[in-house]
Design a protein around this ligand. Structure first.
Ligand SMILES: [Zn+2]
Ligand SMILES: [Zn+2]
Length: 320
């Protein structure tokens, strides 16, 4: 078959190039995009998304582009005042240039207006029992907050305020959901339990509005501290999951709720110099000799940590 216009051989009565010259293959109505002047988010449909300007314009073009049904669009390129649409029609690959009427309107998104109004629904507090927070704990908490906020773009998903107090740190979040998510993730990452409470804040349209507090209590004991749990002396192996080892039997123990006996940095250091079935002889770094209950894993020459509890001296191998 030959094209009725140019005579080119093909499968259609008119070839794609000739058809494209005589018909409108693509059309763009004028587009208005809304952009938040505070955070730079763009509005699409009901939601707001954080994307760069170029992606936002492309998305706006893509959503508004009207094409002739037989025109299979493969790609488009946004230029300053026009869009070049490329695709195939009637056996030919064609590009058409169509005018672009785009306006970006600057408004304040609901999220930013809430944030600037000081709105918050949740406080996440992190406290450690009888000690201050360690830098690593604060850093991991910050990272978690950053990550979760980066993945959320709900209207109330913002951090209003961060406060460092004598007893710990507080995060104020716009939404309860973020507070819940963050507190759970922090407890999973650095250990501890979450206590949740709510307080009536106000009433809106006859509905009670609460503010939630998620308190994360980190345990006092850290790795290698010695604790007492159910009358048994244990060394904390993993404070995050509250796992410990009983120093005499080597049995694995859950140490949640245990009482702290000795901090790692306050313990003495020594070497096992002699052993019998129930007693180990230990020499500390100052040359003093102690007799202690034989700990699990004891071997002559092994390095041990030494501590006192109820007027007795105990020791356990460093690699327990
Ligand atoms: Zn033709
Ligand atoms: Zn905004």
């Amino acid at each position: 078959m030959r094209c009725i216009v140019c005579g080119k051989e093909g499968d259609f009565k008119i070839c794609g190039s000739c058809f494209a010259e005589r018909n409108t293959l693509a059309y763009l109505p004028s587009i208005e995009i809304e952009r938040c002047g505070r955070c730079g988010s763009f509005r699409f449909g009901k939601g707001w998304t954080k994307i760069d300007d170029v992606s936002a314009i492309e998305k706006g073009v893509f959503e508004n582009l009207v094409v002739f049904p037989d025109f299979n669009v493969e790609s488009f390129e946004v230029l300053k005042n026009s869009v070049v649409v490329t695709g195939s029609i009637y056996g030919d690959r064609v590009s058409v240039k169509i005018p672009l009427n785009l306006r970006i309107r600057t408004i304040t998104c609901p999220r930013c207006s809430k944030e600037s109004g000081g709105y918050y629904e949740a406080i996440v507090q992190i406290r450690a029992q009888k000690r201050s927070l360690r830098n690593e704990e604060v850093e991991s908490a910050m990272k978690i907050v950053e990550k979760i906020l980066g993945e959320s773009d709900g209207e109330k998903d913002f951090l209003l305020r961060f406060e460092e107090t004598n007893s710990g740190i507080d995060f104020y979040f716009g939404s309860r959901k973020i507070g819940e998510k963050v507190s759970k993730a922090i407890a999973d990452e650095i250990g501890g339990s979450v206590f949740r409470s709510k307080k009536l804040h106000t009433r809106i349209d006859g509905r009670d509005v609460y503010r939630f507090t998620f308190l994360i209590r980190l345990s006092e004991a850290e790795n290698y501290d010695v604790v007492l749990k159910d009358g048994k002396i244990c060394v904390v192996k993993n404070s995050k999951i509250q796992k410990g080892i009983e120093i005499i039997t080597g049995k694995a123990m859950n140490v949640s709720g245990a009482t702290l006996i000795a901090k790692k940095e306050e313990m003495g250091w020594g070497v096992i110099t002699n052993l019998d079935e129930s007693i180990a002889e230990v020499m500390d770094s100052e040359g003093r000799i102690f007799h202690v209950p034989r700990p699990f894993g004891a071997e002559i020459g092994k390095e041990v940590f030494i501590f006192n509890f109820e007027q007795r001296t105990f020791a356990f191998p460093k690699d327990l």
